[in-house]
Structures are given as C-alpha cells and as structure tokens.
Design a binder for this molecule. Structure first.
Ligand code: C5P
Length: 408
C-alpha cells in the first residue's frame, strides 16, 4: 500500500505551462488513496481551470485567502497546513520560489507554505536561463537549506522550443519523493529525541573566548530530520548564526558546562540522544571579570577539563539509543571504534577532517558510520541527506535491537 493512502496532501500549483502535468500527479495521488487538497495561485488559473483539480481530487480547490468558509476550516491556510502530511509545490516558478524565500503570505499558497511544518517538496519548472540565473540559484539554495526537498527540474524539450534544463521532473519522481517523505513521517512518532549541536564558547574574559569552527549545521540537520520523521525534538545548541529547525525546541547555550547542565536536565525519558556538538574539551581555569589588558597578565592561560557529556551519558546508560560524532585526522576507523566502545555508544558517525571540504563549516559531508558489528560509508552529500541516512541507520539498528529483545 502507498504511504500516502489515507493521508492529507496539499498540492500548490503555480502559473507555469507545466501546470497541466500536475493534473496527472493529483490523479495518481488520489488513485493511491490520498486526500488531496489543491491550492492554485492566480497565475495557475490562467493555465488550468480549478474545475480540473476539483474533478480529480473531489475536494474544493482553494484559490483565495479571502473566501468565507464554514467553521472547521475558518482559518483555511493554517488548517490546511496543519492537516497536511506533505506539501508539494509544482510547477514551482521562479517567481513563486523567490516569494517563498522571503516568506510572502499575500496569497493562499504563500500563507500555507509559511504555516506548514510537514515535509515540503518543490518541483521547479521554468526556462533554463531563468533556472540558471544566480538569483534563482541562490533562492533554491536558501529553500534547500531551510528544509525543502527540490525534485528536478529535468533537461529536455522546453516550451520555448529549445532544449535545456527546466522541465518539470517526471511524475514518477515527484510521486516517489512524496511517498518517501510521507513514509518517514511516522517513523519517530511518539519518540523523544535529544540532539546537541554547534561549538561551545569558553570565556576568558567578558569579550574573549576559546571555541572551534563548528557551525552546528550537521546537528541542526539531524534535529530537522527527526522532527520531519515525527519525533518530539529538543536541540541543545551552542552559539551559531544558523536557525534551529521549525518544530524542534531549541535551548541556546554558550559553554560546555551550560550544555552539560541542560542535557542532564532534559535526558529523562529520551529515546535517542545524538551528540553532534563539538564540545570544547578545555576551559580557562579562571574567567577574568574585567577585560584583560595587554599589560595586565603574564600570557599563560591555565586550562581545566570540561565534563565529557557523552561519556557521562554512556556511563549511566539507560534505555536511550546513544549516537556520538567524531572528527578524526588519522587512523580514523581505529580511533572511532575505540570511542564507540569507551563511551558505550550504539553508533558513531565519523568525519575524516583531513579531507578538504568535509566536516566543520562546509555544506557537504562524507561520513563513516560505525556500530558494534558493522560499518557503513556514506558518500559525499549535503548535510541534509547525510542526516537522513543517519536516521535510516538508527531506525535499522533500533529495529534489530527491539527484535532481539522480543526474542529474548
Ligand atoms: O572524544 P571526542 O571529543 O572526540 O568525542 C566526540 C563526541 O563526544 C561527540 O559526539 C561530542 O558531541 C561528544 N562530546 C561531549 N562532551 C565533551 C566532548 C565531546 O559530549 N566534553
């Protein structure tokens, strides 16, 4: 059975010639048992009549923020957004993409997209020169960074009678992306996940600190993916310019000791803990109350050890599935396996940071996952995709654990 059967899907149609192809997509989704609600922009209605989608979906087609409605959907954009198991926008035009980036909510589709917390899939279609324009590239990258999954466009014959990249992705690809996204939304339902992310800052005086290059991006993606899979997520986040994902409860901390305290206060009843933070191992033994003057001190910093949060979680190991991270520059697998055992982890995700473009502050990652009886190398991919693969692995290992307990 398709994962979309019995689920509510919102399909946003924008004004591009590929709008007619979305009729086929809606029809297929309905045949697979989905309850499909179509939202059309004004421009979309110039290409396809709302009646087409009404006939296919057997639901009222939504075209305006301003229609007065019955009681249960009186705040339509919020009701639709919250009922949706997934939101698909197809064809996503250059204009619609630009508006999504800036959070415009002047029409119904913009408002629904802002209110949605479900997996969101964007299937762009436009002329290749518009697709390749730096403005569109930057806009698409911004949406991707915010959690949108981008499907296509594909290359082929365009409406302008030329060949190029810009065709709406094939129906099967779009449907497969929706089915995958919806299938995952149940995986962590009822589960409580705790994630640490980012660097910590260890104060020297009121304006100086010791820290490292971690931006928290990997941990933020781990937290985002967990929320998309239905978990309740607490994210303990060190200082970063990045935003925590929608739907996760963010706890901002500065120092390792604050991170430690917060994690210990939150860990009760948690099912999975992922420690992706790059915690400073050392802190200055003395924090100066006033800014230190050049002339003031002998330039020696005395350091003392920070608590190892993950090792403490491992030592007091309860039922939680424990995932650690490691950044290594040599003997990568050997060092990571030693850490897996010493910190009593169920899984460790290792970066070989001696390679360029990997790990800290980079958009992509390449990892090796290690657990007691196995390993899985993950090829270079966006941190978003790596996060999804990590959760897939956690699901498999926890499933095996539960099956084993069931047998015992
Ligand atoms: O021992 P090492 O610092 O390489 O271990 C890395 C792992 O341990 C990461 O998962 C990191 O989040 C966690 N860690 C921690 N507290 C520390 C140091 C590391 O939780 N003080």
């Amino acid at each position: 059975m398709s994962s979309v059967a019995g689920r509510t899907l919102v399909v946003g149609v924008c004004g591009g010639i590929a709008a007619y192809k979305v009729a086929g997509i809606v029809s297929t989704l309905v045949q697979r048992g989905a309850d499909v609600h179509v939202v059309m922009t004004e421009a979309a209605q110039r290409f396809v009549a709302p009646l087409t989608f009404h006939a296919l979906s057997a639901n009222r087609v939504h075209t305006s923020l301003w229609e007065i409605r019955d009681r249960e959907d009186h705040v339509l954009h919020v009701t639709l957004a919250h009922r949706a198991a997934a939101l698909l926008i197809a064809p996503a035009t250059a204009d619609a993409i630009a508006k999504l980036v800036h959070g415009y909510a002047e029409d119904l589709l913009g408002a629904v997209a802002l209110a949605a917390r479900c997996p969101m899939i964007l299937a762009p279609a436009m002329n290749s020169s518009m697709w390749e324009h730096p403005a569109t590239r930057a806009n698409v990258a911004a949406l991707r960074a915010r959690g949108w999954q981008i499907v296509g466009p594909e290359s082929g014959f365009l409406a302008e009678r030329e060949r190029g990249v810009g065709r709406l992705a094939a129906e099967e690809r779009i449907i497969a992306a929706l089915e995958d996204a919806v299938a995952r939304t149940h995986e962590l339902e009822g589960q409580h996940v705790l994630v640490t992310a980012g660097a910590t800052r260890e104060a020297i005086d009121p304006v100086r600190f010791i820290s490292n290059a971690s931006t928290g991006a990997m941990g933020i993606e781990i937290a985002r993916e967990a929320t998309l899979r239905g978990a309740q997520v607490d994210l303990v986040l060190g200082p970063t310019h990045l935003d925590p994902p929608h739907g996760a409860r963010a706890h901002r901390v500065e120092s390792a000791r604050e991170m430690h305290e917060r994690v210990m206060a939150l860990r009760e009843g948690v099912h999975v803990i992922v420690a992706a933070a790059a915690v400073a191992d050392w802190r200055p033994a003395v924090i100066f109350v006033q800014k230190v003057k050049k002339e003031d001190v002998d330039p020696m910093l005395r350091l003392e050890r920070n608590p190892d949060i993950l090792a403490q979680l491992g030592a007091a190991k309860g039922a939680a599935f424990l995932v650690g991270f490691a950044a290594e520059t040599e003997h990568v697998e050997e060092h990571a396996r030693e850490k897996l055992a010493r910190k009593r982890l169920d899984l460790i995700c290792v970066n070989d940071v001696s390679q360029p473009g990997i790990g800290f502050a980079s958009a992509e990652n390449e990892m090796l996952l290690l657990w007691e009886h196995g390993r899985e190398p993950l090829e270079r991919a966006s941190k978003r995709e790596i996060a999804a693969r990590i959760w897939d692995r956690i699901a498999t290992l926890r499933g095996a654990e539960r099956a084993h307990e069931g047998e015992a």
